[in-house]
Design a protein around this ligand. Structure first.
Ligand code: PLP
Length: 447
């Protein structure tokens, strides 16, 4: 192994050892300022986190008040007002049937909890043979080993493969690449949904525990929404075979797509769902798993103990921050604003990049938008299957004062590239212009 000549004297273990990022000094509305005072428009909300921007006075006050009142109480001894009230708020706005909330500290923990709850549910109701999880090739569900197993991004999984639990992956619902010529969007959706039926039959219907999917695919694909009818068919298949439907709304939930839960737009409700990111809006690390009464009751009437848990479950300060966030999203009208501004952003992106020779598809919902990069627009030929191009675009955008989220791994988790935009819901129309202009500058510099 060659010794690195790169001089990084920081003791932080960075994401990329060859890059020293500037230090963020301050957040102001939709902007982050570095120590030299340079301003970056947060066009990706970090990683689809900062839905309220960076200086919301109500959330800051909620954090300060709660820290002064009660910073921490372990959930083996106490519940707390902010956690109870946040759970009530979430259930009041959740898809039909969801009845209980399990608080954690982030998205991977929420999805790990979902998988373990699904498994325990079946052991509690006397179906311990149900152990198979089916997921989709184009997906990301977190980086801890359990959920990394379920995710379909090969680049993330490859070197850890010997440590992963068995999961099978079916096709995503990815119209831009998957719909055959002459096939309607609806027929395409039914065809890929029916892969779930075939996979359940192949594994043996009474051995399958859960199907896991992101309603709108985020990091692995760049805001790919399903076609109409896809999730209805998925729900039907799950119901037919007693398979739990776990929807991962860690990235697309909390208003990002223009409704509080992305699955509302599909007309389906999951058995279990996971949320995070926008739930704390970056002010505190928090995630949650929501499940139906039926699942909760299986535990309540069975062993009475969910065999899971972390030290920071239901952290009062995180819950207080999130309660303030949720009030702004719902009563404060910011989810509705995300829907409206999302349409404006989409129009601006279509106008500027709709005919761009290297942008094959512009898609998404609400303030969750993706641009798929292609070597050739007509043939949809992808760029080389590596991360060089996304890195180049990210650096060029950064230089231009825009934070965006370019990634590789669009097709079967291995190739392709896209740019994900997930700006704060408080952004103005002028700022939409700023995002599009800066993105244009970055694309010109990088392509
Ligand atoms: N699920 C989805 C859909 C995600 O996008 C992410 C993170 O990007 C996760 C799970 C994992 O969340 P976290 O990074 O908070 O652990």
């Amino acid at each position: 192994m060659a010794a690195s000549t790169f001089a990084n004297t920081s003791h932080i273990f960075p994401r990329h050892t060859q890059v020293i990022p500037p230090r963020a000094a301050r957040g102001d509305g939709c902007y982050i300022l570095d120590k030299d005072g340079k301003q970056y428009f947060d066009g990706s909300g970090g990683a689809a986190v900062s839905c309220l921007g960076h200086s919301d006075p109500d959330v800051i006050a909620a954090v300060q008040d709660q820290t002064a009142t009660l910073a921490y109480a372990h959930t083996s001894f106490f519940s707390s007002d902010p956690a109870e009230e946040l759970a009530d708020l979430l259930i009041n706005h959740a898809p039909k049937g969801l009845d209980r909330v399990y608080f954690v500290s982030g998205g991977s923990e929420a999805m790990e909890s979902a998988l373990k709850l699904a498994r325990q549910y079946f052991t509690e109701i006397g179906q311990p043979q149900r152990r198979h999880v089916i997921a989709r090739r184009q997906s990301y569900h977190g980086n801890t080993l359990g959920v990394l197993s379920v995710g379909g991004n090969m680049w993330r999984r490859e070197q850890f493969a010997p440590l992963l639990i068995e999961t099978t992956h079916i096709s995503p619902c990815y119209e831009y690449r998957g719909r055959a010529e002459g096939e309607s969007a609806f027929d395409y959706g039914q065809r890929v949904a029916n892969e779930l039926e075939a996979e359940i039959q192949r594994l043996g219907p009474d051995t399958v525990m859960a199907f896991v999917a992101e309603p709108v695919v985020g990091a692995t694909a760049g805001a790919v929404p399903p076609v109409e009818g896809y999730f209805k068919r998925v729900r039907e298949i799950c119901d037919q075979h007693g398979v739990l439907l776990i929807l991962d709304e860690v990235m697309c939930g909390m208003g990002r797509t223009g409704t509080l839960f992305a699955c509302e737009q599909e007309g389906v409700a999951p058995d279990i769902t996971a949320i995070a990111k926008g739930l704390g809006a970056g002010y505190q690390p928090i995630g949650a798993m929501l499940c139906t009464k039926q699942i909760y009751q299986a535990i309540e009437e069975g062993t009475g103990f969910f065999q899971h848990g972390h030290t920071y479950l239901g952290h009062p300060v995180a819950a207080a921050a999130s309660r303030a966030v949720l009030r702004k999203l719902t009563e404060g009208g910011l989810v509705k604003r995300a829907a409206v501004m999302g349409e404006t952003l989409n129009t601006a992106l279509q106008e500027r990049f709709g005919q761009h020779p290297h942008i094959g598809d512009i898609r998404g919902r609400g303030l969750f938008r993706g641009l798929e990069l292609v070597a050739d627009r007509a043939s949809k030929a992808p760029f080389a299957p590596d991360l060089a191009l996304p890195k180049k675009i990210k650096a060029a955008a950064f230089e231009a004062g825009l934070l965006c989220y370019p990634m590789g791994g669009t097709i079967d988790g291995k190739t392709g590239a896209h740019i994900l935009l997930a700006p704060p819901f408080i952004m103005t129309e002028d700022q939409i212009g700023e995002v599009v202009d800066k993105l244009d500058i970055a694309l010109r510099a990088a392509l």
